[in-house]
Design a protein around this ligand. Structure first.
Ligand SMILES: [Zn+2]
Length: 326
């Protein structure tokens, strides 16, 4: 009922702006204010491009599996840094060693900022490494690294496009900390996964932690049949984020976020929650090709990247303008 009302209102307002000939996702332009609806949230006409994000996904997959300590992994870091360079400052690597599966790895988180000195920071995170084995595939494929189109490349692709879209649209006192975590998927068991997030979260200075308002983690958000649900651990600290994304999705006439059921996943967000940071894991955990060699480009879609990217961009800008708070 509430969603229907949102759609009708959004269509009426969009009709004035873009003729309501299609979804808001096709609307181009700058940060024109479109619709002060639903009490407080507002959708902006943003040029977030699912197509551009999908190209960034394909470019990562074309490198080959991005297993830590490999050349492809290093090339992915270069791709990330090159794409961020026009829009971000303070691009750096956080390097640390950790033994996983009996082997010592050198892991490297990639960090970048919009407005690094802002008093209020939002963390936008995704892992860029890919799993070194396809342990949910047929036994003959167990030792084959996964392509990581959805599990790895999708979140990174949306973050890179968000940097382009959000750059120049934030007030000076609101910044973004982009975090591309490493070693999320290297371990066989949960206790050996999430290495980069755990390292970053446990090494945050008090001063940095104090400035972080909340965070959003993107993981496996490129599935052609997008089915994101509220996530249990995230809900305990930041349920307002998901409610706002659902509301914005309705206003934008998009689909992919549902409020039916709940996921309960261990992921990079847990390390932040343990440090008192309100971090929400946006994930579609019903991906049939999870940790298989079939986690490929053809099982992902530009539309899914568009939905997530546009909703998250609008959430961030609603926060920046004081229309959303936690
Ligand atoms: Zn994974």
């Amino acid at each position: 009922m509430r969603e229907l009302a949102h759609k009708l209102l959004a269509c009426l307002v969009l009709a004035a702006l873009v003729g309501c000939t299609g979804s808001a996702s096709s609307a181009q332009g700058n940060d024109t204010q479109v619709a002060p609806e639903n009490g407080h949230l507002q959708v902006l006409s943003l040029d977030f491009s699912g197509t551009r994000a999908f190209d960034l996904l394909k470019r990562q997959v074309a490198l080959g599996p991005r297993v830590p300590d490999s050349n492809q992994h290093a090339q992915c870091r270069e791709l990330i840094a090159d794409e961020l360079a026009p829009y971000c400052t303070g691009i750096s690597e956080q390097i640390f060693k950790r033994t996983v599966n009996g082997r010592e790895y050198t892991f490297r988180n990639v960090i970048a900022y919009i407005h690094p000195n802002a008093q209020k920071l939002i963390v936008l995170a995704a892992h860029y490494d890919t799993r070194p084995f396809a342990d949910r595939d047929k036994p003959e494929n167990y030792s084959t690294p996964i392509p990581g189109a959805n599990d790895g490349a999708s979140g990174v692709a949306v973050l890179l496009e968000l940097a382009r879209v959000l750059h120049g649209r934030l007030p000076d006192d609101v910044g973004i900390l982009f975090l591309f975590t490493d070693g999320e998927d290297t371990g066989l068991t949960a206790s050996q996964m999430f290495c980069g997030a755990e390292y970053f979260a446990s090494h945050m200075s008090y001063e940095l932690k104090r400035r972080i308002e909340f965070g959003i983690l993107l993981d496996m958000i490129g599935d052609t049949s997008l089915n994101i649900k509220p996530e249990k651990h995230s809900e305990t600290v930041a349920s307002g984020i998901y409610d706002a994304l659902l509301e914005l999705q309705g206003m934008l006439e998009l689909s992919g976020f549902t409020d039916a059921g709940q996921y309960n996943v261990l992921d990079d967000h847990i390390a932040f929650i343990e440090q008192g940071v309100r971090m929400y894991d946006i994930i579609d955990f019903e991906y049939a090709y999870w940790h298989t060699v079939e986690d490929t480009v053809d099982h992902c879609s530009p539309d899914s990247l568009q939905t997530v990217g546009l909703c998250v961009a609008n959430l961030v800008l609603n926060y920046a303008s004081g229309r959303f708070s936690l």
